[in-house]
Design a protein around this ligand. Structure first.
Ligand code: 0O2
Length: 229
């Protein structure tokens, strides 16, 4: 299985840190507090990645097939955290980050087939240390531009030497076809200030339909060859 980390890592800019933590004037102490919180989020990513690797292993033992094609992860960049807090009209403090930004730790699980997306999500949610905060099913209800993925915000514990901390993680589960479309669409326009004509938006939508049809046809083929029984 191909594994990859840091799907969008950029270095922490001093100017971002300067602006961070409006409740602390000391840059050195700001840096340490921020690094500590980010280390906790990295631990949460490790825990969650292990959970998916374990599920993948079990499934592969039982059915001789890997449901997971790849797992990618990233810590949200400080400038994106700042932008999101600003948008929500919230102060730039660590408490505000922990309480209001749910996707500081992000994991993207790319699956072979659509059924596996739901199978993995259900298996994860049965684990008694994982709690669901919110679920957005953009597979059942794609975004108007055609974006499809299952988004879960969950909490899970990380165990440190002297404490247990409950951390939030955003999980994006999608098929290879959904990931292909989202990655290309992201390159073309997501977060960029490009003016997209209606024709271009329509074309992207059509590509999303093609990727959805590809998933349906591959799912049908999988059922024909009965991979999981
Ligand atoms: P990045 O670079 O992944 O960090 P919320 O988090 O709820 O305040 P939102 O936008 O309602 O904000 O959350 P949602 O809809 O769950 O989407 C969050 C993430 O999904 C985005 O993260 C993207 O990774 C992905 N995503 C959502 N819509 C699209 C889309 O149309 N195209 C692509 N390619 N990806 C999408 P970030 O933080 O925006 O970016």
């Amino acid at each position: 299985m191909f594994q990859e980390s840091n799907y969008s890592e950029r270095p922490t800019a001093a100017v971002d840190l300067e602006a961070l933590l409006t409740d602390d004037n000391n840059l050195e102490s700001k840096f340490q507090s921020y690094q500590k919180l980010m280390a906790y989020y990295r631990c949460a990513i490790m825990e969650m990645t292990t959970k998916f690797n374990v599920l993948n292993e079990e499934f592969s033992l039982r059915y001789d097939r890997n449901p997971i094609n790849s797992i990618k992860s990233r810590l949200k960049h400080i400038s994106s955290i700042r932008d999101k807090l600003e948008k929500k009209n919230l102060p730039f403090t660590l408490n505000a980050v922990e309480d209001n930004i749910c996707d500081v730790a992000g994991i993207r699980v790319v699956c072979s087939f659509t059924d596996y997306v739901y199978m993995l999500a259900n298996a994860l949610m049965k684990q008694d240390d994982v709690a669901l905060v919110s679920c957005k099913d953009y597979i059942a209800n794609p975004k108007p531009n055609g974006y499809r993925s299952l988004h879960l915000i969950v909490t899970l514990p990380i165990f440190l030497a002297h404490e247990k901390r409950i951390m939030k993680v955003e999980i994006q589960l999608r098929t290879i076809a959904m990931d292909c479309w989202a990655s290309l669409e992201h390159q073309l326009r997501y977060k960029k200030k490009v003016i997209f004509t209606q024709e271009m938006a329509d074309e992207l939508q059509k590509c999303a339909c093609l990727s959805s049809e590809l998933d349906m046809r591959m799912d049908a083929l999988r059922k024909c060859v009965q991979l999981d029984s």
